[in-house]
Design a protein around this ligand. Structure first.
Ligand code: ARG
Length: 460
């Protein structure tokens, strides 16, 4: 005969195998065993301190739980699919180890507040891990920006060559986006750092429990005060999945640039053999698979966000079993984002930036057109007109298949008598960068200052 479930008192028959298999979450939530045991130890300690159970019972439960932790770690205790979830698995093992006293652990508690607690504890480790992953990518970006502080490259809008910028400026733009993601994580941490334990099923309990004691034991900043809220809400999870989605979106843009830049047509970067793969049929291929995979994994993380939003949509308060489905997207969002950050940091550090090639692209293109328009404007032509005249000059260069800098002065003068020999100085991209005056622009002095400022912040 099958053993009765821990909740089986009112049942005549055991759950059907098919229903047991369908509803078991152990394959996923066993990953929360450390959090579950930590939470139970804090709860057991509180039960002893408040006199709800005796000091001796509390001590027995705690040492039983500690032994279970050691046994899981060593592999002596193994999860199997006949278990319903992590909470029942551990409680069952506890009773097997210490006998009936094990049954006192669940006093004044429910799996509803327990699971919310486990998730919050898990995220309190996961969020700082993700933040550290971001910091790592930022450090690599800072190193690269520093190494290439004066390298010029074509800047793009619509992926068409637009104006010359510093490669370091471009890299620092990615850094600043990631820095805000780190702030978002910090923010989200604050709302996650609240203890739901003691809400019991949802209505609270008549046992004289001390919620604050448990929160303090576990290092929570505060309580989720309202007990119905405490077991019903999963917005902390949705918030994290949305921050992960934003991080992945940012990583995908970096990844996409690495894919484009590593093409023969661009040749702006060369990734090392350690982060690229070959083709089984085309011998010449060196593919940027890691960058493509980061781009591809965004779908999983967005999927996790939509999954959680959809699971929670229109659920009546308080707990509903639907909510068990939150584990898979939670773990997937966290693991995928953490791994992608790690991969991005490594891939960037294994990437060589071909700054000569970038410079050639600047010189061979028409990126200095805006400089010509600005030159004419400074000589008194209204900007709109200067824009128009410059457009004609660009068309002329295109027609003759030459760069702007190689149009002879006489031809230039035929477009505007304001043009003198000194225009050629303005066509030097480095000069145009140095001339930038507005705050945050692609001026090498400003980028140096930005790099130094971020260095200071990063080492704090
Ligand atoms: N495995 C469940 C979950 O992850 C734990 C809570 C179950 N509560 C219940 N009353 N069935 O959501």
């Amino acid at each position: 005969m099958k053993e009765k479930a821990l909740w089986g008192g009112r049942f005549q028959e055991a759950i059907a195998d098919v229903a047991q298999r369908f509803s078991s979450s152990i394959a996923l939530d066993s990953k929360l065993w450390r959090e579950d045991i930590r939470g139970s130890i804090a709860h057991a300690r509180m039960l002893g301190v408040t006199g709800i159970i005796s000091k001796d019972e509390s001590a027995q439960i705690i040492s039983g739980l500690e032994e279970i932790a050691r046994d899981i770690e060593s592999g002596a205790l193994k999860f199997d699919n006949s278990m319903e979830d992590i909470h029942l698995a551990i409680e069952t093992w506890l009773t097997q180890k210490i006998g009936v006293t094990g049954g006192k652990l669940h006093t004044g508690r429910s799996r509803n507040d327990q699971v919310a607690l486990d998730e919050r504890l898990y995220l309190k480790t996961a969020i700082p891990d993700l933040a550290a992953g971001i910091t790592h990518v930022m450090d690599v970006l800072l190193d690269l920006a520093e190494q290439h502080v004066d390298a010029v490259m074509p800047g793009y809008t619509h992926l068409q060559q637009a104006q010359p910028v510093l490669l370091s400026h471009h890299l620092m733009a990615h850094l600043e986006m990631l820095a805000r993601d780190r702030e978002r994580l910090d923010d989200c941490f604050g709302r996650t750092d609240r203890s739901p334990l003691g809400a019991a099923a949802f209505a609270g309990t008549s046992h004289p429990i001390d919620r604050q004691f448990v929160a303090d034991e576990l290092g929570f900043d505060a309580l989720v005060e309202n007990s119905i809220d405490a077991v019903s809400d999963r917005a902390y999870l949705i918030e994290l999945a949305s921050v992960c989605s934003i991080i992945m979106m940012h990583l995908s843009r970096m990844a996409e640039e690495l894919v484009i830049w590593s093409s023969k047509e661009f040749g702006f970067v060369t990734m090392s053999d350690r982060v690229t793969t070959g083709s089984s049929i085309m011998p010449q291929k060196k593919n940027p698979d890691m960058a493509e995979l980061i781009r591809g994994k965004v779908g999983r993380v967005y999927g996790a966000l939509v999954n959680l939003l959809t699971t929670m949509k229109a659920l009546p308060l308080a707990y509903n079993r639907d909510m068990q489905e939150d584990k898979q997207p939670m773990f997937d969002a966290v693991d995928t984002t953490r791994d992608s950050l790690e991969m991005m940091a490594f891939m960037l550090s294994e990437t060589q930036f071909n700054t000569d090639r970038m410079r050639e692209a600047v010189m061979g293109g028409e990126l200095m057109a805006t400089e010509i328009a600005d030159y004419l404007t400074r000589k008194g032509l209204p900007f709109r007109e200067a824009h128009h005249v410059t457009g004609k000059i660009v068309a002329h260069a295109n027609e003759h298949g030459i760069s702007l800098a190689s149009i002879p002065l006489a031809s230039l003068k035929s477009f505007s008598s304001l043009i003198e020999e000194d225009l050629y100085d303005f066509l030097d991209p480095m000069r145009s960068l140095r001339e930038k005056k507005s705050a945050g622009s692609t001026n090498p002095m400003m980028i140096r200052a930005a790099i130094a400022a971020w260095r200071g912040q990063q080492s704090n």
